[in-house]
Design a protein around this ligand. Structure first.
Ligand code: NAP
Length: 340
């Protein structure tokens, strides 16, 4: 079968390999769609640890084509896969903090993933989707599950105000989730015009071009969109600049969710007095602990606009070249269809 394999740092190619043989308790999944994400680029560049040689792809779903006799998921079922596999027995797992499991491994990072025609998946990682859900939507469950973790920690209240910084696929999902959570002011700041326009179609009540206007003044200033600051900032850009902005545009007693992944070496000066006097809550959000099932339920319900986020569908052969250059202007999500 065809698979996109990382042989070593910087060495990514589509190659022919044997179809995997699922072990006990594993399903063989024929991949319908697999999303590409920024982490894939970091893995290829050696900036994010992986276990090459490995097949990449951690945002995927497909059809079960083989299951062992004891499986509760039948052949023919459509599934989305939580790529993050945890041990289930360590102190962190047993306390429900599964994303902190020291033995966490991920399909598409340390184990062969979904950028292939077929992938072997431990059954407990698979979540069934109704057959009528478009095949491409299964690939959104993983990023959505991460967003749900951020949303759980954000504490958005109906009628509340939210700023989303960064208009990639995560920011676009967050805009929709914030509206579904009842926020009545949802402001997205991102540089690319096409992404601002998309967010407005998806429910943002206002957008800001941070290259033309100071997002802090535009939000928390006396004539701003949320004078005094927003209840919640969802930082989804992963740069020091937006982290700094987040602290300044949150109201007293508000919450900043640090969702974006900043470079490990990035440092920002913060004033402890400000955090104290303004009772700011600065909350990290890491991976998708126990949220994949809810993400699958949301995708199955059709409540989210996902088709508008797909900028391009690619074949497996197109992946290495696509990951070797930055995403095109205005593009949000690339989906790979291994059967194409
Ligand atoms: P993405 O496509 O790179 O989106 C981030 C966007 O932020 C950029 O494309 C850029 O869009 C925008 N941005 C950059 N500098 C900005 C600035 N100064 N002001 C406003 N916007 C700015 O990535 P993504 O897939 O949406 O993911 C977003 C972040 O979440 C990434 O850091 C990713 O690594 C992280 N992430 C975290 C988790 C988790 O578990 N916490 C899970 C998945 C992803 P413009 O060019 O339009 O400005």
């Amino acid at each position: 079968m065809r698979a996109v394999r990382l042989a070593a740092s910087g060495e990514l190619a589509m190659t022919e390999i044997d179809q995997p043989t699922p072990g006990d308790g594993e399903l063989l999944v024929k991949v319908d769609a697999c999303g590409l994400c920024g982490t894939d680029r970091h893995i290829v560049d050696g900036e994010y640890p992986s276990a090459a040689p490995v097949t990449l792809g951690h945002e995927f779903g497909g059809e079960v084509v083989r299951a062992d006799g004891a499986s509760s998921i039948a052949v023919g079922a459509r599934v989305t896969v939580d790529p993050n596999i945890t041990c289930g027995v360590c102190e962190q797992c047993r306390a429900g903090r599964v994303s902190f499991c020291p033995d966490l491994t991920a399909l598409g990072v340390q184990r062969d993933g979904g950028l292939a025609e077929y992938v072997a998946v431990p059954e407990q990682q698979a979540y069934e989707l109704p057959p009528e859900v478009p095949a491409t939507h299964a690939a959104f469950c993983e990023p959505l599950a991460c967003c749900l973790r951020g949303l759980d920690l954000a504490g958005i209240e109906p009628g509340g105000s939210v700023a989303v910084l960064g208009g990639g696929v995560i920011g676009q999902l967050m805009v929709q989730l914030a509206r579904l959570a009842g926020a009545t002011t949802v402001v997205l700041s991102t540089r690319q015009r096409a992404r601002r326009e998309l967010a407005e179609r998806l429910g943002a009540t206002a957008t800001i071009d941070p290259t033309a206007n100071d997002p802090i003044a535009a939000i928390e200033g006396p004539a701003g969109l949320a004078p005094g600051g927003v209840d919640v900032v969802l930082e989804c850009a992963g740069v020091a600049e937006t982290f700094r902005q987040s602290l300044a545009m949150t109201r007293r007693g508000g919450t900043v969710v640090v969702f974006g992944v900043a470079p490990q070496a990035a440092l920002v000066e913060v004033s402890p007095f400000e955090i104290f006097a303004r009772e700011l809550r600065i909350q990290g959000s890491y991976l998708n602990p126990l949220t994949h099932g809810r993400a699958a339920a949301m995708v199955a319900s059709g409540v989210l606009e996902l088709d508008a986020l797909v900028s391009k569908e690619l074949s497996l052969a197109e992946v290495p070249a696509t990951l070797s250059v930055p995403p095109g202007q205005g593009d949000v999500k690339y989906l790979v269809r291994p059967a194409s």
